[in-house]
Unconditional design. Structure first.
Length: 376
């Protein structure tokens, strides 16, 4: 990562005062061109309220990662008018988010680093200071991840994402004993600073799967993580099919980039048949099937039309059963969409298959093009 930052000639400037590091927790919120992407004023008022409510617990730091719009100027003006209610760090030029996080992590002294996104609300921050929190005594931990909840939407596409996020949270139970997880989300997770610094030193600096790569590096270094389900990350998901596919292309491309970089560790886990290895094998089978599905569907539709309809029905029913099985692991996780539970389950296969087919096929093409073809 240091080589990546040196190549970018990245530098850090503090706009206003710099945090002294006297508080145990620092909350890092990277932003890039958010004046063009969100209602900037409302988000700044939200962070002002967080800074005022939890000022005794944490240092709230907004990080401008080389914005090219008016974001930095507007945030600076807001701070000047509101008595510097949070800290502002300016990194230039743009460092793909993870570089900005690394530079600021190196520059502060807080023991615990909370990572979140500019458009995400965190609820229950006081739980992080609880005396029985594992982060207070277990040095084998790199950190914890929060309860991710889609927020601020409606309709079947939003309901699909509620079901999808709930299934992901239920899967946490399957690797709880091992202390592993596929991804500690960048929108809602907490790291011990000393461990996060170690992780970022080995990070590639790539943006697409920055949180997945950071999680895997931590696991490779021998650290564990746990699920803190009483701290909520209210994330605002895409509300159109096109935006959702675009998001998933980036996520899937990040997975492929991480697998390529950390392939020796992944293969070692597969040979050991650990939980990480089993998950990786399952992902390989799933991606292979998803990538081939459009071609298989077309071939069967041409040669055996009625048989292809039966296969589609069978695939739909299998996906529904699989969805119900995962949701039953911890039924309490489904409470936020309890009234629309069955609608969500029934629409889930349609969106799941269509989104995955579009996103994985495009991600694979982009990965091959950027990793192999461009090198030639």
């Amino acid at each position: 990562m240091l080589e990546f930052l040196e190549k970018r000639q990245a530098k850090l400037d503090w706009i206003g005062p710099k945090p002294k590091g006297e508080k145990r927790l620092a909350m890092l919120v990277p932003q890039y061109n958010e004046d063009s992407n969100t209602d900037l004023d409302s988000r700044l008022r939200y962070f002002k309220s967080v800074g005022e409510k939890y000022g005794g617990l944490l240092d709230l730091i907004i990080i401008d990662d080389g914005s090219t719009d008016n974001s930095l100027k507007k945030i600076t003006s807001f701070l000047e008018k509101n008595n510097y209610c949070f800290y502002l760090a300016a990194v230039s030029p743009n460092t793909n988010k993870v570089g900005a996080l690394f530079i600021v992590t190196l520059a502060i002294l807080n023991e615990i680093i909370l990572l979140t996104d500019f458009d995400t609300d965190i609820v229950g921050l006081d739980k992080l200071s609880s005396g029985d929190n594992l982060l207070n005594w277990d040095q084998t931990l790199m950190g914890c991840y929060f309860r991710m909840l889609p927020h601020g939407g409606r309709g079947n596409l939003f309901l699909y994402q509620q079901v999808e996020y709930t299934m992901a949270r239920n899967m946490y139970q399957l690797h709880k004993k091992e202390g592993s997880v596929t991804v500690m989300p960048g929108a809602g997770s907490c790291y011990r600073r000393i461990v996060l610094t170690e992780i970022y030193h080995q990070h590639s600096g790539l943006r697409n799967g920055e949180d997945r790569e950071a999680t895997l590096i931590g696991q490779r270094l021998g650290y564990k993580a746990f699920y803190l389900d009483d701290v909520f990350s209210l994330t605002r998901p895409p509300l159109s099919f096109r935006a959702l596919v675009k998001q998933r292309i980036r996520w899937n491309l990040g997975y492929l980039e991480t697998f390529h970089k950390e392939q020796h560790y992944y293969l070692k886990q597969i040979r050991r048949f650990s939980r990480i290895g089993i998950r990786t094998l399952a992902d390989i089978c799933n991606v292979t099937f998803i990538a081939l599905l459009p071609f298989l569907a077309l071939a069967f539709a041409i040669t055996h039309f009625y048989f292809s309809l039966l296969l589609c029905l069978g695939l739909y029913l299998i996906t529904v059963i699989w969805c119900l099985n995962i949701l039953s692991i911890r039924s309490a996780e489904s409470r936020e969409f309890k009234s629309t539970f069955w609608i969500g389950v029934l629409v889930f296969p349609v969106f799941k298959i269509s989104v995955e087919c579009c996103a994985w096929s495009r991600a694979i093409v982009r990965f091959i093009n950027s990793t192999y073809l461009k090198k030639k």
